[in-house]
Each structure stands twice: as C-alpha cells, then as structure tokens.
Design a protein around this ligand. Sequence first.
Ligand SMILES: N[C@@H](Cc1c[nH]cn1)C(=O)NCC(=O)O
Length: 432
Amino acid sequence: MSTLAPLPSGALRIWLVGLAVYFLAVFHRSSLAVAGLDASERFGISASQLSSFVMLQLVVYAGMQIPVGLLLDRFGARRILTIGTVVLIASQSAFALAETYPVALTARVFVGLGDAMTFVCVLRLVNTWFPPRRIPLVTQLTGVTGQLGAIVAAVPMTWSLNAVGWTPTYLAAAGLGVVLLVLLIVVVHDAPDQRRVLGPRMSWPVVRSSLSESWRHLGTRLGFWTHFTTQFSATTLGLLWGYPFLVRGEGRTSAEAGVLLTVLVVAVMAAGPLLALFITRHPWHRSDLVLSIIAAIVAVWTVVLAWPGPAPLWLLVVLVVVVGVGGPASMIGFDFGRSFNPAHRLGTATGIINQGGFIATLLVVIAIGAVLDWRTPGSGSAYPPEAFVWAMSVQYVLWTLGMLQIWRLRRRTRAHLLAEDPTARERMRDLG
Ligand SMILES: N[C@@H](Cc1c[nH]cn1)C(=O)NCC(=O)O
C-alpha cells in the first residue's frame, strides 16, 4: 500500500483562501434566490424578467469558461483569481446601488463573469499544490464547500433584506470580498517555488493550438461529457424547477418541497467524499462509476414519471438523493482532465470540461419551460401534473447523448492506454 506524500508548506493555507473565494462566488451566485420578491418590487419586473437574471448569469458563466481557462494557462491562478474577486466586489456593489432593471441586469452579467473566474483557478491551485493521491478528495471537498455557499446565502440574506434592506445587504455581501482580496494577495502563490507562474504569450496560433490540443485529448472529452451528463438534473431542480415540480407536479406542500430540496443538497455533500475515496482507490473504474450513477438517475426518474398519480414521499426522497449524487459525480470529469492533460494546458482543459454541466443545465432549464408552456392550457403558469411528465422527460435526450459519448470515449481511452502500456490497468491501481 502506498503512503501519502507530505504536503508542501503553505498548501493548506493557500487552498483555504482559494476555497473561501469560491465559497463567496457561489454565495453571490445564489444570493438572488431569496431576494426574488424584493428584486421584483425594486425594479418593477415580472417573473420571467426575474428568471432572466439567472439565465444570463448562467450564459456568461458557461461562455467564459474557455477564455478563462486560456487566461489561466497564460497568467496563472493568483492573477486570474484576484481579477475575478475584484470583478465580483465591483459588480455586487453595482447591483446593490442599481435602481433600474437594465443596470441590475448588467451588474449580474459581471457577477457571472467574476464567478466564472474562481472555480477553475481554485482547481488549478489544488492540482499544483497537492500530491496526486490527495487531489480527488480535495477537489470533491472544494465542490462540496461551494454548495455550502449556496445554502449559507439563504439565511443571512433573508434576515438582512428584512432588517436593513436591499442596498446595505448587497453592499455588505460585496464587502466580504474585500477581506478575501487582501488575503488572496498576501497568501496565494501559484506554485510552491514561485509566486507567479506565467505560460506562453497568447496569440491566435497559441490559442488555437491550446484549444485543439486540449480537445483532442480523449480525457478532456470524456471529462466534458461526464460533467455534461451527471450534474444537470440536480442543478435544474436546485436552481429553478425543483420547487414547481414537487408542488404542482407531485402535489407536495411547500414545506415538503423545501425539505426534499434540502435532502438533495445533503446528498450532494455526503456523496462527494465517498466518490473521492472510490476513484482514488479504483482510478481505472472511474467511468464505470459515472455510467452507473447516470443509469441510477435515469432509472429513478423513470419510476417517478411512470408512477400513476403523485409519487409517494419515499420515492421522491430516493429521487432527490440519487439525483444529488450526480453533482459530485460531475467532479470526476475534472479528474479525467487532470489524468490526461499536461500541466501547462490544464486550465484550458478544466474550462472546457466545466462548460459541460452548465450548457446542459441551460438547455434543460429552457426546454422544461418551453414544454410546460406547450402542455399547459391557456397562458398562465398553472401547470398541470401531466405537463411536468412531458417537461421532465426532455432530460432523456441529454442522458442518451451523454451516455453514448461517455461509453464511446471511455472505450477509446482504455484502448489507447493499453496500447501505450499493456500494464496500464495494474499501474493505475498501484498509483491509487
Ligand atoms: N459540479 C459542480 C460542483 C459540485 C460539486 N458537488 C456538487 N456540485 C461544478 O462544476 N461547479 C463549478 C462551479 O463553479 O461551481
């Protein structure tokens, strides 16, 4: 059995600062979830204008992943994380002071931009500062802590909005970033022996070759499709459609829907470390685990959607737990990227992979809305339960596409590894 390599001095400190910045980014990302009514009143906007805040933020986040990955490979995590934090502070302050819908919408675009710069940088710090055997666990703990940012946003934001109102609440949230910015500048170094690590200068040929080389790696594509297929069901429920589906589609009370969505988050957090343990011990079987988790998600959704009438509570609990496991399963995508890409291109690869789940979520969120409108008589939002069966079924299209791609790419990856080294399977097990 191999022993764990010691951590370079400062690794834990640097990770904790990066983690705090990512936590804050998710806090900002989710801070509107409990402020919907206040936002509607302040800007005089409708429900669909309100949801465009979420959509736009997602579009910017997903769209920025590749540019941010390229910038990360060029300028290093320390610089990009610092710029991301400054953008978050400035945009949340602008959001705090905004009095019209267009100004608020522009501010949220920049919140999405700052947010897009944090996660991939923290993963780069993890990959640089931690020995390979610890990376899966630290990566999962990073993802799980981010999810905590979403929950933690709810209580203080609700209290503060009621107690002191919109502008002081959002200004205080922006102020938290200033403390982290100072810590970031003082503590974070790109690598154990270097404060800053710079990659090759950016030019079109360099960018083109970095992107095409990254995409050519089977591990990047396997990572992209893993991220794409595993996380969208949980994110779609958590972000927008979980509550209406459980209340209108399954006839649950608001309180029951709230508890079920909390169980989903608990499942996300509990599963992360367990999945990390498995993939550290059995790296060859990472794709088996991914495919099994997707198959379980598809199976439980099928039982729920086929159930005559509303599904019983126990079945909905099983649904949110299994769907929740898909969140941390998406992090295995980054592990594929790390295993098969050289360090100097890891930022680009991570950016490509991280787009997957967010593109899938956007497609599903939009498609569910469209199908609900199509299957609902009249023009209101009194969606009947049958409309939800149709709407939630759009997920099968993405699951099928994703599973086929993962199946195909993992066969090619395994064949490639075994052709390079017939003992690859045993060697990986020993590394684990
Ligand atoms: N897959 C998510 C994170 C996650 C971890 N556990 C459950 N979800 C992800 O890709 N996050 C990126 C981000 O910026 O939050």
